[in-house]
Design a protein around this ligand. Sequence first.
Ligand SMILES: [Cu+2]
Length: 493
Amino acid sequence: MNRRDFVRLGCATVIATSAGKLRAAFAQSLTPRQVPSPPQRPMAALSGPHAASGAADFTLQIAPVMVELAPQVVISTIGYSNKVPGPLLRMREGQSVTVDVVNDTDVPEYVHWHGLFVPSEVDGAEEEGTPPVPPHGRRRYQFVAKPAGSRWYHSHTMAMMDLHRGSYTGQFGFLMIDSANDPGLYDQEVFLALREWEYFLSTMDQDEMPADPNDPMPEKPGTPDPRPNGLEVSAPLYSINDKLLGAGDPLRVQTGQRILMHLLNASASQIHRVALPAHKFQVIALDGNPVPAPQLVSVIEIAPGERVDAIVEMNQPGVWILGELRDAVRTSGMGIVVEYANQQQRAVWLPPPTKRWDYTIFGKTAPHPAPDQTVDMLFEKVPGGPHGINHWLVNGKEYPHEREFVFRQGGRYRLVFHNRSDDSHPLHMHRHLFELVELNGKPTAGIMKDTVIVPAFGRAAVDLIADQPGLTLFHCHIQQHMDFGFMALFRYA
Ligand SMILES: [Cu+2]
């Protein structure tokens, strides 16, 4: 089978593999909803309190977009500047940046600058007091680009029961802040965003990775919760960037090249694991921050909100599938063909050796200064609450929290995340970086992140210096969990 056959079969495979789940989505996607293009407004209509003065460095237009995931598989969503992912925003560390956001939809929007040190009123979270980009209006975001590394931007609106808002849409893009001392030890740089599409609610998500029974699970209760689980968000279609596996151009490489891959999980709900048969990833940065001990791994695990930067040495000529480990997810689209020059054979997938993802292998051993304060955070699930949706408690209650979480400027805090639920959660702190100090009892140092997966019934501890005054949102990066209680707001005293 050559690549063209593969492309053709790609779609058929998708339909054949999870037919039940897919049929509805395909019926919809084959007859795309008509999206009326908004009337073109004259620039004068954009004046007013949020009018821009002078040209912006970047402009993003929030508007409906049709995404051709594969020939005859077209979905309609909301995107940035008619692209999914949105345009790559590339800037220099320390550069003053202005981004004009034009909202051509009927609802207020927020653009969150994930992983950047920006003031609360710019960060793009309603809870922190950022003003919205009004419907059919615009807003200028201004900030200094820091810290250097792989960042991203995405919608931060609540979606609740509407699976066509917030991170369920195509409103996401890469944002790179280039450091002056990037050694540039690579031949090609590629950006790979993992995505799910056409979300729906289901009582059971067969595609979800089960928790590993060998996990230490220090937070597991003696008796399991007998209550039935609520509706979870699932998806029938998956992609890397805007294409199903086999439908887009392959990643074209040459023997001997070093490829820098910027991986982003821009999904609303699932943790993904990817591999490239016969190759290893040298992980050099997590969430855009260089790790103390880069390591070669066969599998990368990445949760919604996280980024992994890895260099892959191209030393196994052939045509390969870089894809999700789960067959159902990969054959439903989450993969990309990697094609060496002058190789025409069919793309090959081989399951990688199973090896647990462990952040701590990228860390170092070093003592941590004693924190000024330790903040314990307990996360619990209320299965199948109102609307049949699971609700989430942080220290016994759903968001909002009044004055439970207060930082003192300059203080060193240790946050201990106790996950008392049977799901893994990617926990994200806005406007700050934290250092991972412990995961399920394993100590580590030097790994700086803004989002960390706390496994089912697991425990993680992170250290954070409170040096970014302003309201600071903390939440699970799974949209449904965030929307149904899994958030907390930190204030500075
Ligand atoms: Cu969660």
